[in-house]
Write a protein that binds this ligand. Structure first.
Ligand code: 6CS
Length: 335
């Protein structure tokens, strides 16, 4: 644990706390207000404030530190709510790494929306795993298909040879990019732009909207879609805080989560296409490639190796979650 950072976060919160009433709940997330997590958070806040006496104080990325810092603050009860992606939570809850088994999640956004809403694995099985870490899992939701952005073209895994590729700090994501042939380099988000700029890394992956909003297109020249994953994220509450609430308060939180979920699914309809168009306007020389089935072959072949690693890391518990997710995905495919 980085004690200096958690103390800095706590000090910042004590400072803001002096201006906040006891009815204020603190909610931190990994993006800015105008990005997907920020939009979700604002909807949640709007609902809670319209339907209770509580106020929600939002802390966008950077105000309280990196993803790891806000998770520590939420577990410690300094924050009541935290939005963190399994890309980071996977180092705390190994089963949450399942989201990095390549080609497990579909790219179809409507199917994904049904899956995250109805999945037993998500809405029941993961609950206990998060609770064991002092967290009430409120909602997982998708943020869009991830694209690889690099400094040189990627037409197959061979093109990733010797490429230092940034991944979130998640052991299975490291295994994925190893299996894809790259040199995986786990880094917190705050170091990504500068590391690309200075050529410490030569690639990274993220959903299209984020490539535009964070200006990653400025420091990479190729965007490649291999269809290998969708970015997943999750809203959680501190478990002691949540368990200590009245039934009415818990209901407001559940309803606010549902409202934010419905909103964010609709908000993202067409978002990847509009944000890609903005990237092309800002940087017309950007090369965008959607890999063909043949070009995807080596990425798809790597998937079974990564799945086996996941089972090796998580045992029976991970195997059961994976099986349940596959069944839930089939159910979501049927509409
Ligand atoms: O790559 C990352 O680390 C970041 N990507 C997104 C889409 N949201 C937050 C996360 O920290």
């Amino acid at each position: 644990m980085n004690l200096k950072k958690i103390l800095a976060g706590a000090t910042a919160l004590v400072f803001v706390g002096t201006f906040a009433s006891a009815d204020t709940w603190r909610y931190a997330f990994e993006e800015s207000l105008d990005e997907v997590q920020g939009q979700f958070a604002q909807k949640f806040k709007e609902y809670v404030e319209a339907n209770s006496d509580h106020e929600i104080q939002l802390f966008p990325f950077g105000t309280l530190g990196e993803s790891a810092d806000i998770m520590e603050q939420a577990q410690a009860g300094i924050l009541q709510f935290v939005n963190q992606s399994p890309g980071f939570t996977g180092s705390l809850i190994p089963e949450a790494q399942v989201f990095f088994v390549p080609y497990l999640l579909p790219t179809d956004q409507a199917q994904l929306a049904r899956f995250f809403r109805d999945s037993k694995a998500i809405n029941e099985d993961f609950q206990g795993l998060y609770a064991a870490q002092g967290l009430e899992l409120l909602q997982m939701y998708p943020e869009g298909e991830v694209a690889m952005t690099t400094k040189a073209p990627v037409k197959s895994c061979a093109d990733l040879d010797e490429v230092k590729f940034r991944v979130m700090t998640n052991p299975l994501l490291v295994e994925s990019y190893k299996a894809f042939g790259a040199i995986p380099t786990p880094l917190p988000w705050g170091e990504v732009y500068g590391s690309l700029q200075t050529n410490i890394i030569q690639g990274q992956e993220n959903p299209t909207f984020f490539l535009y909003s964070t200006k990653l297109y400025e420091v990479t020249d190729y965007i490649t879609y291999a269809g290998h994953n969708n970015f997943t994220t999750a809203l959680m509450a501190n478990l002691d805080f949540y368990d200590g609430l009245s039934g009415d308060e818990q209901k407001v939180i559940q309803d606010a989560t549902d409202a934010a979920y419905d909103f964010i699914v609709e908000y993202q309809d067409g978002l990847a296409a509009t944000e890609l168009a903005k990237i092309m306007e800002a940087k017309p020389e950007m090369t965008v490639t959607v890999l063909s089935e043949d070009e995807r072959a080596c990425f798809k072949a790597a998937a079974s190796e990564v799945e086996a690693k996941f089972i090796e890391m998580t045992g029976d518990s991970g195997a059961a979650i994976l099986e349940q997710m596959k069944a839930d995905l089939v159910a979501a495919a049927d509409g």
